[in-house]
Design a protein around this ligand. Structure first.
Ligand code: C2E
Ligand code: CA
Ligand code: CA
Ligand code: CA
Length: 278
């Protein structure tokens, strides 16, 4: 419906409205999906650039809605955030990731898993307890688990999020600043966070082969991160040229369509076999 502004101006945004209404409807569906195990996790390879070996996977949530088809992660994560279901969503993704991680370890193939956290999760004081319990139940060594936290999200609430970050670090899991460079924070900020990894945002990685500004940013982030002893990961690696530039600049790990898209578990296994069998 039309909204009345104080100045008497009428505003009507059909697109906004339908998105909000759709999200409202999705809230109940998401609850059901979480309860019934309809949520799925895809895995995207993280590759060591020097020898192109698989070192780990990022776990990415997927939801195939029975009526609407595939819902974009950004959309259902926003729904989860606004309807108090984020904790459950993270629990589902982490549990599925840990199960696979354990299976790889048992097959003598130690791969690390990375799970995304919303900044809001860091404000939930129960979260480290949940992580502690799930890790213990899984038997996966905490050092095999990385939590990726988006830089822009982390920035606003950093003071309130710090206690959770420290408790997670004390559990022995790794922490990564995701989408680095998009939050307009200074590089010195990296030193103040208890993180072990920096993930350079795909927008810079995709631009670096053609845009000297992007290239300069990527170079600066890599060199400073290395000074600080942090692992550098480039996301959104789509071309050989980008891969070569990254390697020359000392970036250790890459992720992107050049190597593989996010894959369901079975297809990841097939991808891995194809990589390792001559
Ligand atoms: P993200 O953490 O930055 O994840 C990387 C996104 O980039 C993924 O999109 C992935 O499919 C895509 N991508 C990977 N390689 C390439 C490439 O070479 N080129 C391009 N153009 N894109 C690439 P996806 O899976 O749609 O996820 C979108 C975002 O949703 C994620 O961004 C993350 O912020 C969020 N997300 C996904 N799963 C979860 C989750 O379980 N929990 C939370 N809190 N957020 C999640
Ligand atoms: Ca991520
Ligand atoms: Ca990212
Ligand atoms: Ca990104």
């Amino acid at each position: 419906a039309a909204k009345m502004l104080p100045y008497g101006v009428q505003l009507f945004h059909p697109a906004l409205e339908s998105r909000a209404v759709r999200r409202l409807g999705l809230a109940a569906d998401l609850r059901r999906a979480l309860d019934n195990g309809e949520l799925d996790v895809y895995f995207q390879p993280k590759v060591r650039l020097s020898d192109r070996h698989l070192v780990g996977v990022e776990c990415l949530a997927r939801w195939q809605h029975p009526a609407h088809g595939e819902v974009a992660p950004e959309d259902f994560i926003a729904v989860a955030e606004h309807t108090g279901q984020l904790h459950r969503l993270t629990e589902v993704v982490l549990t599925m990731g840990l199960r696979r991680c354990r299976a790889w370890a048992d097959a003598d193939r130690p791969l690390s898993i990375a799970v995304n956290l919303s900044a809001r999760t860091l404000l939930d004081s129960r979260f480290p307890e949940l992580v502690h319990r799930l890790i213990k139940e899984s038997g996966v060594p905490p050092a095999q688990i990385t939590f990726e936290i988006s830089e822009p999200g982390m920035l606003g609430e950093i003071e309130r999020a710090l206690p959770t970050l420290y408790r997670l670090r004390d559990l022995g899991v790794r922490l990564s600043v995701d989408d680095f460079g998009t939050g307009a924070s200074s590089l010195s900020y990296l030193r103040q966070l208890p993180v072990q990894e920096v993930k350079i945002d795909d927008s810079f990685v995709q631009g670096m082969a053609t845009d000297t500004g992007d290239l300069a940013i990527v170079r600066a982030v890599i060199s400073l991160s290395r000074e600080f002893g942090l692992t550098v990961v480039a996301e959104g690696v789509e071309s050989e040229l980008t891969l070569e530039l990254l390697e020359e600049m000392g970036c250790e790990i890459g992720q992107g369509y050049l190597f593989s898209r996010p894959l369901p578990y079975e297809r990841l296994e097939a991808w891995f076999s194809a990589q390792t069998e001559p």
